[in-house]
Design a protein around this ligand. Structure first.
Ligand SMILES: [Cu+2]
Length: 510
């Protein structure tokens, strides 16, 4: 099969027209068909905007194919690559049937493109309410239902996606795909923690591409806002409705591209090959788990990650027009390929302090302070043993973050002064909590107890920088949570009856 290239929608106007696949694709025309492809990612009748339009697939079909998206796991990237690949096949078949190009591909949305001043505005093809012939734009409205997005997003306001949310210096600088153990506190690689199949996220590694830009874009584009007494949330903010918004596919095509970019940075940026012991079960990333999909012919197929590692020779046969890393550190010809290091050995870290009370966030800044002890377990032992030196890593762990529905993004600061100025906010910033999936993570299911999301933040460099200016104390740490409003402003009210709760804040050493 010939390889087809994916293009950046933002810089290729001719593809914008092709991006309007729903014009030409009868299979995507009705709400049922839409729900069919969206339901594969996630489905809940209570949040289905088309709940009362037409019948859904039979229960047995739903059980086999629906609610399968993989989050908070090293299967995040390969599962979404398969999902994209089959969706593209389905749309392409319809495009070809209607006389369109046989090499039709999904464009991608490169919101991180620093050479494009409009990179962070939603591409115009998704914002125009009407097509040139004045019929409704199916990328803006589906079957008379407006696609719900943060109001400013549809207005083309780039400020709703802060630069920090699309920065690639975290994920592309990672030097391994996943840890070689099932740790959940620490560096979790580009690809996320080693787990079994995992539909609802529990942990987001700070530098995983899933955390940012992926989760950040979902929350920013979907958005959360009040209208009268009601709080509204856009489709992209909820895994059960996200794939109903056509921008979902361009967003995920870009995430998929970033995986290829990362692979190309160095020969040691390879995908996992070995198996990891996950809770007593040996799981090989490449071959242990088969995921079920429907192909363009409507047939049921299964696939393992090993089949989608190489995009060009894989079943979907594609590449991207841009796969070079935009990071300055990667600009030199090639980073030396040392040994293959797909799953870097990661030590178990040791907790050295934790907050004693739950935190309830209702829209204003909240601070918790707790004491830190010297490491006494594995981290101390490692420091003494020459063969396993202390890594000198410090992690701030935000644990059991739950809410009913609220998704407000909170920024996390370490030892922020009582009356911070703009410089202090910059100097004390540890990271942000993007709460994509919090609704699922907070509800008990067959697979998990509903304990919420967890965010291990690597604050090693931050702690050293603070120490250098006498703002770090080895005995105490102060952690401040500041809500981020839709335009990046400091405050946003979240309803008293639905606060975001944090079970515990802790500090780990490795
Ligand atoms: Cu997604």
């Amino acid at each position: 099969m010939e390889t087809v290239s994916h293009f950046n929608m933002g810089t290729n106007p001719s593809l914008v027209r092709q991006g309007r696949w729903r014009d030409e694709h009868p299979a995507c025309d009705g709400p049922q068909q839409l729900a069919v492809s969206g339901g594969v990612h996630g489905y809940n009748k209570n949040t289905d905007p088309f709940a009362n339009t037409g019948a859904l697939p039979k229960q047995a079909v739903q059980k086999k194919f629906w609610n399968k998206c993989q989050h908070g796991t090293w299967f995040f990237l390969p599962w979404h690559r398969m999902y994209l690949g089959f969706f593209e096949q389905i749309v392409r078949a319809a495009v070809v049937k209607l006389g369109g190009p046989a090499d039709w591909t999904l464009p991608y949305w490169n919101y991180s493109d620093s050479s494009n001043a409009n990179a962070r505005t939603l591409p115009p093809a998704f914002r125009e309410q009407r097509l040139p012939d004045s019929s409704p734009n199916p990328l803006f409205e589906i079957q008379g239902v407006n696609i719900l997005r943060a109001p400013g997003i549809n207005a083309g306001n780039a400020a709703l996606i802060p630069p920090d949310d699309v920065r690639l210096s975290g994920c592309l600088a990672e030097t391994f795909f996943s840890p070689d153990t099932d740790i959940t506190v620490g560096d979790l690689g580009l690809g996320g923690p080693a787990t079994g199949p995992n539909h609802d996220a529990q942990v987001f590694g700070q530098k995983s591409v899933e955390n940012a830009p992926h989760n950040a874009i979902h929350v920013d584009v979907g958005g959360e806002w009040t209208q009268g007494a009601e709080t509204l949330r856009g489709w992209m903010i909820n895994p059960d409705t996200a794939a109903l918004d056509p921008i979902f596919w361009l967003h995920h095509a870009n995430i998929d591209r970033l995986w290829s970019v990362w692979n190309g940075i160095s020969a040691s940026n390879a995908d996992p090959t070995g198996a990891v012991n996950v809770g007593g079960r040996k799981i090989s990333w490449a071959t242990s788990v088969k995921f079920a999909f429907n192909n363009a012919a409507g047939g049921a197929v299964t696939m393992t990650p090993s089949q989608v590692i190489d995009t060009k020779t894989g079943p979907f046969a594609y590449d991207y027009d841009v796969t070079s890393s935009p990071l300055a550190a990667h600009a030199k010809a090639a980073v030396a390929a040392s040994e293959r290091r797909t799953m870097r050995p990661q030590p178990r870290s040791e907790m050295v302090g934790a907050s004693s009370r739950k935190l309830t966030l209702t829209g204003s800044a909240q601070t918790t302070t707790f004491t830190i002890q010297e490491p006494s377990g594995p981290a101390k032992a490692r420091g003494k043993a020459a063969k396993a030196p202390l890594l000198g890593k410090t992690y701030l762990h935000i644990e059991n973050v739950v809410s009913k529905e609220s998704h407000t993004t909170y920024e996390v600061y370490v030892n922020l002064p009582e009356e911070p100025d703009a410089a202090a906010y910059q100097e004390h910033y540890a990271g942000a909590m993007h709460l994509f999936g919090v609704r699922h993570a907070s509800r008990r299911s067959e697979q998990h107890a509903g304990n919420g999301l967890n965010f291990p933040l690597d604050i090693t460099e931050l702690a050293e920088a603070l120490r250098a200016k006498n703002a770090w104390d080895d005995k105490y740490v102060r952690v401040t949570f500041v809500p981020r409003g839709p335009g990046g402003e400091a405050n946003q009210a979240i309803p008293e009856h639905d606060p975001i709760k944090i079970g515990r804040v802790s500090l780990y050493r490795a």
